[in-house]
Design a protein around this ligand. Sequence first.
Ligand code: NAD
Length: 426
Amino acid sequence: MVEVAHAPAALEWDTPLYRQARTQLEEAVVQADIPDFVVERLRYPERAVMMTLPVRMDDGTVRSFPAYRVQHSSILGPTKGGVRYDAGVNLGECAALAMWMTWKCALLRLPYGGAKGGVRCNPRELSQAEVARITRRFTAELTPFIGPQEDIPAPDMATNEQTMAWMMDTYSMQKGYAVPEIVTGKPISVGGSVFRHEATGAGVVMVVQRACERLGWNLAELRCVVQGFGNVGGIAATELVEKGATVVAVSDMTGGVFAEDGLDIPTLHEHVREHGTLESITGVTRLSNAELLELPCDMLVLAAREDQVTAANADKLHCRIVVEGANGPTSVEADRILAGRGVPILPDVLTNAGGVTVSYFEWVQDLGRLFWDREEIRARLADKLGEAFDRVWSLAEERRLTLRDAALVAGIREVSAALEARGLYP
Ligand code: NAD
C-alpha cells in the first residue's frame, strides 16, 4: 500500500516531473524563435496555492490533507485543468501538469491557459462521504482563486462527474446562485455536456485514426495494448475495438490482463463496475504493468499516469507507435531513445486534448445556457483535433521535428504571440 504523508509539502515545485516539463519547454523554444522575456514568463507558474484541508473522517477523527492548485498562464484566458486525488500529488507535479495544459489549450486554439490541482490522499482508503467532505473543503478553500472567468477545474485521476457536482454545489452555495460554468465534466443534470465523459478516450482514437491515415496503416489490422483502464484508457479501449482494432492487453493499478486473440472489453468494464478494479478477473492471462509495456504489439496506448516509459524500459518496448492518453507518461530520455529507434510518439498535448476541448464546449454551453446534441459535439471535436493534428504533422515534416516538439512549438507560439501583443505588465 502507498504510504501517504499528511503533512504539507515544502513550498517547491522543482521536482523531476516539473524538470521534465521545463526541459521540454527549453528544447522546444530553440525551434520556435520566442523572445527571451516570453520564455522567462512561461518557465514558472503564475500562481500556486497550497492548502491543508482539515477533514472529519467517518470515525470522528480529523485528518489534514495537503492540497494544491497551480495556475500556469492566464495570457489567453481563464486557466483550465483537472483535479486529481492521488497519494503522490505534490506541487511540482501540479506545476508540470499545469504547464502542459497551457500548451494543450493553446495548440487546440482554446481561449484558456493551463492549471492543475489535486489533493494528496489515497482515494481507495476513503469512503464516499469522506471524499465528499474533502472535495467540499477543497472547493471552499479555493473559492477566492477560481471562477468561470478565472480558473475552471475539471476531473482527472480518481475524480469524476460526482466530484465536479460537489465542487459546483459548494461554489454555488457560497455565491448564492447556481454557477454551472465553474467546473466542467459535471453530470448532465447540473449543466454538464453530453459526450464530455467519453471525450478524452474518444479523442485519443480520433487522433490515432488521423495518424493511421498519414502513416498508411489500417487501424482494423492493429494489435493494441492499453495501460490504464479508467476514464481515458477504458474508453479508448472501447473505441479502438469499435473501429476494428484488436486490444490484446489492458491494465490498471492492480496489474494487467492479456488475451492473444483480443480481450472482451465490455466484460472487463462490467467487472470493473462491479468490483472496482481488474484484480479478481478470471479467464485471462495475468501480467504485471512492467510486462504489459514490453508486449509485442503495433500500438501502445499509455493512459494511466506520468513517468511510465523511462530510460530504464524505453529500449524494451516492442510497439510501432506510442500513444499518450495520459499526461507526461514518457520521460525526456525515453523520448530520445524512442526517436532513435524510429518509434513515433503521439504526444499528450495533442492526443488527450479531446477532454479539455469538450470541457470548453461545456463551458460555452453553460455560459450561453444553450445546449448542443451529441452529434454536433462529436463533429466539432473531430474538426478541432483533426485541424490541430494536421498543423502538428506539417510542422514536424517541414522542420524535421518529432511530433512532440512540433506540438509544443505550435502551442508555445500561440501563447507567445499573445504575450508579445499584450506586453509585459507594467
Ligand atoms: P482514472 O483515475 O479514471 O484512471 C486511471 C487508470 O490508471 C485506472 O485504471 C488506474 O487503476 C490506472 N493506474 C493508476 N496507476 C497505474 C499504474 N502505475 N500502472 C497501471 N495503471 C495504473 O484517470 P483518468 O482520468 O483516466 O486519467 C488517466 C491519465 O489521463 C492521467 O495522466 C490524466 O492526467 C490524463 N488525462 C485525463 C483526462 C480526463 O478527461 N479524465 C484528460 C486528459 C488527460
